[in-house]
Ligand binder design. Structure first.
Ligand SMILES: NC(=O)c1ccc[n+]([C@@H]2O[C@H](COP(=O)([O-])OP(=O)(O)OC[C@H]3O[C@@H](n4cnc5c(N)ncnc54)[C@H](OP(=O)(O)O)[C@@H]3O)[C@@H](O)[C@H]2O)c1
Length: 160
């Protein structure tokens, strides 16, 4: 990972890219990097899977969290808590999930192959989730986790 990160930094110094970041890094992975701090860490993040340690680490080091599977691969849309709360805000459950990320300071990464749903997913700026409701959403137990864990994919030997 160190070799890759050094190559990324070279790309930036050569002006080939503007910003460099990482994906699926947990706090212990960052220690392996030398030089620049990544601008972004793309991790699984959604209601029901908040990765609090990685989130806190990124916040402390001014690293933007980009949350992949912001809808929990659509599984979250079946959650009774999400559905009920979305109805009170008169929005779609997907919009509630995406708005939750934004209010957490997380950039949601959502995928849709459907144009109408893409439009709906970007229409998340006309309502605000109250602080009390944010707390309710944060306290939902683990839901819709992908089952993927970075330590299964990222080498723990930094020289790799
Ligand atoms: N860095 C990583 O390791 C990593 C790992 C996994 C995923 N990702 C990236 O994260 C992105 C999103 O992940 P994901 O696709 O697994 O999960 P996701 O965005 O949470 O869920 C996608 C699913 O939600 C449906 N959907 C989207 N908008 C909807 C809406 N408004 N209403 C109802 N259903 C809706 C989609 O169906 P339709 O297409 O039919 O709308 C699709 O089945 C992908 O682009 C992926 O490349 C990154």
């Amino acid at each position: 990972m160190r070799v890759t990160w050094n190559a990324f930094q070279d790309f930036k110094h050569e002006g080939l890219v503007k910003s460099i970041g990482v994906a699926n890094f947990l706090p212990h992975h960052f220690a392996a990097l030398e030089g620049e701090v990544p601008v972004i860490d793309q991790i699984e993040y959604h209601i029901g899977y908040l990765q609090e340690e990685a989130f806190a680490y990124c916040k402390e080091h001014d690293i933007l969290v980009e949350g992949w599977a912001a809808l929990g691969r659509a599984e979250l849309l079946q959650s009774a808590t999400v559905q009920t709360m979305a109805a009170t805000y008169q929005v779609n459950p997907a919009q509630l999930c995406l708005r939750f990320c934004l209010q957490q300071g997380v950039l949601p990464l959502v995928k849709s192959a459907d144009e109408q749903r893409m439009r709906l997913n970007r229409d998340v700026f006309s309502f605000t989730i109250t602080a009390a409701d944010m707390e309710k959403l944060k306290s939902v137990g683990q839901v819709a986790w992908s089952g993927e864990h970075p330590d299964k994919a990222i080498p723990l030997d930094p020289a790799d």
